[in-house]
Ligand binder design. Structure first.
Ligand code: HAM
Length: 431
């Protein structure tokens, strides 16, 4: 026997059943994907699918060289033929915009797009943090806001409500202003933090000159006092940024969406400006952010497109579904409606025909495969969770009948003419 090969660390299988250390099943996931595509459709968003691999330069240019995601976490490799540097996508926004610019989708036509799929970041795995994880994201391209800023928040809140987790999520918002305002704040921040340089930890010291905003994100308890007293970006906003932020907040108020203003919310990717936000929960331990996003008005231009102010967000599917599984609701069916049983020569073919006709009427029919005893087959029918069993043995085969059993015992077992198969099941289903 060969040695067993295991999945790559931090990358999960989705199975039909729950695993000890990963409780999400493929059917639960599928139910979520169905819910998400209906939800996006309700808001008029169109789906986009892009490749999982892109040129590394796309992520360097958009997410930023100094970010943890690009600097430390990407799976990057050389394409052996033409020596191009390629990377597994660590997020969806960059790829989405690359496709939009490449195919000129914004020509006279703003776009509301959504996507879902796997993303890859080489982080230290723990509950809610994986190396292959999944995002559902939306991007609204070519809209200045602030109405769209409020719309996408309302859109996310609508999904939380449908999934029954609205009460477990808190919305945090902030404004990062425009490029000049951010530069002025950055200068003030570096000057302020430099005064405490000897107190900063190694990570923060490194970030002080590369990405000082991220120092404010530090979870180190010893730095909280310093970070709390640091210059706030909101104090550096000019009139127009301030007005955008005020109108955005007024719309959230008008929509009865509660929020917390968090002046230290900066996000981990470089492309943001103006409105940024995160939905967080206290139910998932350290991995508290379930969804994050914001405006990135300059990014499309930076990727070679015509300027188009834009905003979007992405949610982490694993985190969200762990929350839904524990506290929310998501209906799905894994059991068949009918388990089809056969015995004796010729019966299997007849059962296949009946099963196929029932499937055309919309029934979920699991047919027994192989030639076990009736007793064994009925045990399997029971274990499958099916509501009904359809049985064709020799006597049914010879006189053109079928036997039907209600596994719950609510109806007495009957043998009826095969022509009455569908009607009998319909009657049983409805009462
Ligand atoms: P992000 O904050 O980097 O933003 O990721 C969005 C969400 O993905 C996070 O809030 C989290 O739920 C989930 N996530 C991130 N890393 C992991 C991981 N290693 N394991 C599990 N879940 C994870 C973005 O990616 C932006 N592209 C969002 C956006 C779209 N902004 C504008 N448009």
């Amino acid at each position: 026997m060969g040695t067993k090969i295991q999945a790559v660390k931090g990358m999960n299988d989705l199975l039909p059943v729950e695993q000890k250390d990963f409780k999400l099943t493929a059917s639960f996931w599928q139910a979520f994907e169905d819910t998400v595509s209906r939800w996006a459709g309700r808001f008029g968003y169109q789906q986009i699918r892009t490749p999982i691999v892109e040129q590394t330069g796309l992520f360097v240019r958009s997410i930023g060289e100094e970010t943890d995601v690009v600097g430390k976490e990407m799976y990057t490799f050389a394409d052996s033929n033409d020596k191009l540097s390629l990377s597994l996508r660590p997020e969806g926004t960059a790829s989405c915009l690359r496709a939009v610019v490449e195919h000129n989708l914004l020509y006279n036509n703003p776009q509301k797009l959504w996507y879902m799929g796997p993303m890859f970041r080489r982080e230290r795995p723990q509950k809610g943090r994986y190396r292959q994880f999944h995002q559902v994201g939306i991007e609204a391209l070519g809209f200045e806001g602030p109405d769209i800023d409020a719309e996408i928040i309302a859109m996310s809140a609508d999904l939380w409500k449908e999934l029954g987790i609205r009460d477990y999520l808190t919305l945090e918002i902030n404004s990062l202003g425009n490029r000049e305002e951010r530069a002025a704040h950055r200068a003030a921040l570096v000057a302020y933090l430099s005064r405490y340089e000897d107190k900063l930890d190694e990570d923060s010291k490194r970030r002080l000159y590369t990405n000082p905003l991220r120092v404010l994100d530090s979870k180190n308890p010893d730095l909280q006092e310093i970070c709390n007293a640091a210059p706030h970006l909101t104090d550096y906003l000019g009139e127009s940024s301030r007005a955008h932020y005020q109108q955005f907040k007024a719309m959230l108020d008008g929509l009865n969406i509660d929020y917390i203003e968090n002046p230290r919310l900066v996000r981990g990717l470089d492309y943001y400006n103006q409105t940024v936000f995160e939905w967080t929960t206290d139910k998932l331990g350290a991995q508290a952010t379930v969804c994050g996003g914001g405006r990135y008005d300059g990014l499309i231009e930076e990727l070679g497109g015509k300027p188009a102010p834009s905003i979007g967000f992405a949610m982490g599917v694993e985190r969200l579904l762990l929350l839904v599984r524990e506290y929310g609701k998501l209906a799905f069916q894994t059991a068949p409606d009918i388990y089809a049983v056969h015995q004796g020569e010729g019966a299997v073919l007849q059962v296949m025909k009946y099963a196929q006709a029932l499937r055309s009427d919309g029934w979920r029919v699991l047919q027994h495969s192989g030639y076990q005893s009736l007793k064994t087959q009925m045990k399997k029918a029971d274990a499958s969770g099916a509501r009904f069993a359809l049985i064709v043995a020799q006597s049914e085969l010879s006189d053109g009948t079928v036997t039907l059993k209600d596994m719950s015992g609510r109806h007495a077992q009957v043998t009826v003419d095969a022509a009455l198969l569908s009607d009998t099941l319909e009657q049983w289903k409805n009462n």
